[in-house]
Write a protein that binds this ligand. Sequence first.
Ligand SMILES: *Cc1c(COP(=O)(O)O)cnc(C)c1O
Length: 386
Amino acid sequence: MDRIDIFLEKQRQEGKYRILQPLVYRKSGRICVKGKEFYDFSSNDYLGLAEHPSLKEAAKKAIDEFGTSSSASRLLSGDFEFHHRLEAKVANFQNKESALIFNSGYQANIGIISALCGRDDVIFADKLSHASIIDGILLSGAKFFRFKHNDINHLEDFLKKERKKYKTALIITESVFSMTGDKARITEIVNLKEKYDCKIMIDEAHAVGIFGENGAGLIEETRLSDKVDLIMGTFGKALGSFGAYLACSNEIKDYLVNTCRSFIYSTALPPAVIMANLISLELVKNEPWRRKTLLENAYTFRNNLIKKNLQVNGSSQIISLVVGDSFKAVKFSRLLQENGYWVLPIRPPTVPEGQSLLRFSLSYNHSKDLLNKLADDISKSIPKLN
Ligand SMILES: *Cc1c(COP(=O)(O)O)cnc(C)c1O
C-alpha cells in the first residue's frame, strides 16, 4: 500500500488529484451535478445529436428488433449485416475504399498502431497526441519520436535524420487537437509524408461532424483523403453516439481484421449503437446548419476573449484558455462554477507540465448571448485568481 499512498499524496500536493463526479442528468447544453444545474462546457456532444429524436428512435427500434447485445466478437458470431452497412457508409463518407468499426477510439488507436508497426519501424507523432495514440505506439514497440506541437520544421528534422534507418515510417497527428482546440497543419504534414515516403494516420475525433462540406472532417475540408492512408474518427463526440472507425484501403482493412487484437478480442458493438451511428452520419450530412452555427459562435467567443487580452488557443469548437499553474486552473474552474458554468481544468499528464488550461467545449446548444455573458464572466474572474 505504501506506493499507492505516496502517489496519492503527491497528486494532492501538486494539484493533480482527480475524483469522479457523477451527473444527475445532461440535457440541452446543461448538466446537473449534486442537485445543481450548470451551463455545460465540458461535453463533446458538439452538435447536440446525442439527444436527437431520430437517433433515439433508431436505437430503440434496434433493441426491439435485435436485442441489446451483439453477443460475440466480429470474427466469431457477433458480425451482423448492419456492421457492414455502417462500414460501407463510413468508407463513402470519408471517400476511402474501405472502413472498419472499432468499439471505441481508444481501442481503435491502440489496436491499429500496434498492428501496423513493429520493432523495425519508426513513428513520428505530435507531442500533444492523445493518450490512446501514445499507448498504441508503446504497444507497437516501434522507435518513436515526438515532434514539438504543430512544428513542421521539427518534424522534418526528425525525418531527415531518422527516416532512412527504418523499413516503414508512420506519421501520426490529430486534425483538431482535443485539449487545445487548434488545428494540425495537415497540408504541410502530408507534403512531408510524400517527400519522405511515410504512411500517415490522422485522428479526426474532434473534427468529424464539424469541418468539411459534408461534415466528414478536416481531411475532407482540405481534400486530402487520397493522400491520407489511415483516417480515424469516433462516434462518441460530435456524432452523438459511441464507437470509432478507421477509413483505409481494402488491403489494410483485411490485414487489421486478421491481426488487430483490440478488434479481434472484443465483443462487437451492440445493435442500438450501430443503428444510431448509421443515422448520425445522415444527420451530419443533412443538418449542416448545426456545425455552421457552432463554428460561427466559437469564432465570436474566441475573438471576444482575445479582445479582453486573454491568451487563448483553438480555431475550432474547442477553445482553450492558457492558465499555466495547475492550482490556478482548478481555482479558475471553481470560480466559473460559482457563476453557473461547468468548465473543466486540464492538467498534466493530459497536457505538459506548466501548461494547465481551461477547456471550453462549445456546442450547438449554447446561445450567442450565453457565450457573450461567459466571456464577460471569465474576464471578471481573472483578478480573483491571485
Ligand atoms: C476521445 C478521443 C479518442 C478516444 O475515443 P473514445 O471513443 O472516447 O475512446 C481518441 N483520440 C482522440 C484525439 C480523442 O479525443
